[in-house]
Design a binder for this molecule. Structure first.
Ligand code: NAD
Length: 342
């Protein structure tokens, strides 16, 4: 009952623009359709990124989730251009997301860096432009180092912060919409209190909140808050520790893998699906969008095509019961006890 009360009805539709089997979420305030399943570009190597994006489009992906920080915007753009040139897709059938990095939050840099990202992708506009983290870091001239990295001094392993409030950055994000650089703007890794504050002054409300979300971190309060305020949620790291193992994250090494857990594998075999499809369906049935990443053609197809079955209420609750507040990507750690991925 509680779940029903805090999770209002979803704005989920079948959009004629995207693949018929993929549901879309209607975004506020623009009314634009965002595919519920997309492809994440973090850690997709530059050398293979264009080909991966091209193949993903061929498999039916229409949403790509990039970021300045991922260092592969040019290559992702190459893959898109080839797909358009080969007649696989039109620009308006794609939904491209990218993210402003922490070093570019000040009013002098937001628009200039938005234009740089667009030029790197070879695009005229983003469908969605996000503030990657609600933390302003010291500016790094792209001519010196791009992407800038989480560390200001990479050799010394230190960070530097900048006194830029989110209100300043958001006002520039709004200008990006006014200038036609972005259709929708949004936020990522924002906590509830920050969202409430942003909504007080935002002239253009955030369309999307992107957060870490998996069965070890179900975040019911922020999910409810976003839904109540009409903000769509995109879940990242849907497979939990899987993505962080390769970064030697100590937490990821301690907790059990979700993809091979007894509970997830037995639910998967009950439905004749893979564990990855169960984890993604658990999130999409909660009304969230997902952006799994894979460099393998088979997994990429498996992840996209997971909307053709439903988990039972009991299975949804069982999976949500794995929540242990395990966060792998926590900006709150940065200013003090800084954990740097190896
Ligand atoms: P993910 O949960 O998508 O996991 C990726 C890992 O799972 C990889 O090791 C991959 O090989 C494996 N995998 C993928 N499909 C599989 C399958 N079907 N079976 C078995 N293993 C499979 O993790 P992620 O990359 O952390 O998150 C997805 C995307 O979210 C990123 O690419 C990025 O676009 C976005 N993201 C955003 C932020 C943010 O701060 N906003 C942070 C992290 C990730």
């Amino acid at each position: 009952m509680l779940t029903r009360r805090i999770l209002p009805k979803l704005n989920l539709v079948k959009s004629s623009i995207f693949k018929r089997s993929i549901m879309s979420i209607i975004l506020n305030p623009t009314g634009q359709a965002m595919p519920q399943v997309g492809f994440g570009l973090w850690k997709v190597p530059q050398e293979t990124c264009a080909e991966t994006v091209y193949n993903a489009i061929k498999s039916g992906y229409r949403l790509f989730d990039g970021a300045q920080d991922y260092g592969n915007e040019k290559e992702a753009g190459d893959g898109i251009r080839k797909a358009i040139a080969d007649g696989l897709v039109k620009r308006e059938e794609l939904f491209i997301t990218s993210k402003l990095w922490n070093a570019f939050h000040s009013k002098e840099h937001v628009l200039e860096m938005t234009k740089k990202s667009l030029a790197d992708w070879g695009l005229d506009y983003f469908d969605l432009w996000l503030i990657h983290f609600p933390i302003a870091q010291k500016y790094v001239d792209p001519a010196t180092r791009y992407p800038p990295n989480l560390l200001y001094d990479v050799d010394a392993g230190t960070m530097e912060f900048e006194d830029v409030p989110i209100s300043e950055t958001w006002a520039e994000m709004e200008k990006a919409v006014e200038l036609g650089y972005a259709k929708n703007i949004g936020i990522s890794n924002f906590a509830g209190a920050l969202i409430i504050d942003l909504l007080r002054y935002a002239k253009i409300k955030p369309s999307v909140l992107q957060i870490e979300h998996h069965p070890y971190l179900t975040q019911p309060q922020i999910v409810a808050l976003a839904k109540q305020r009409g903000i769509a949620i995109t879940a990242y790291s849907s497979f939990g520790p899987q993505s962080f193992l390769e970064l030697n994250h100590p937490g990821a090494q301690k907790v059990g893998l979700l993809l091979s857990s007894d509970m997830i594998t037995s639910i998967a075999s009950a439905h004749g699906k893979t564990p990855a499809q169960v984890l993604l369906r658990w999130a999409t049935q909660r009304g969230l969008a997902v952006i799994p990443k894979s460099n393998s053609q088979t997994r990429l197809a498996e992840n996209l095509n997971h909307l053709d079955f439903d988990l039972t209420e009991e299975e949804l609750a069982q999976i949500s019961g794995l929540d242990c507040g395990m966060r792998f990507n926590d900006p709150a750690d940065w200013p003090g006890q800084i954990y740097i991925f190896a």
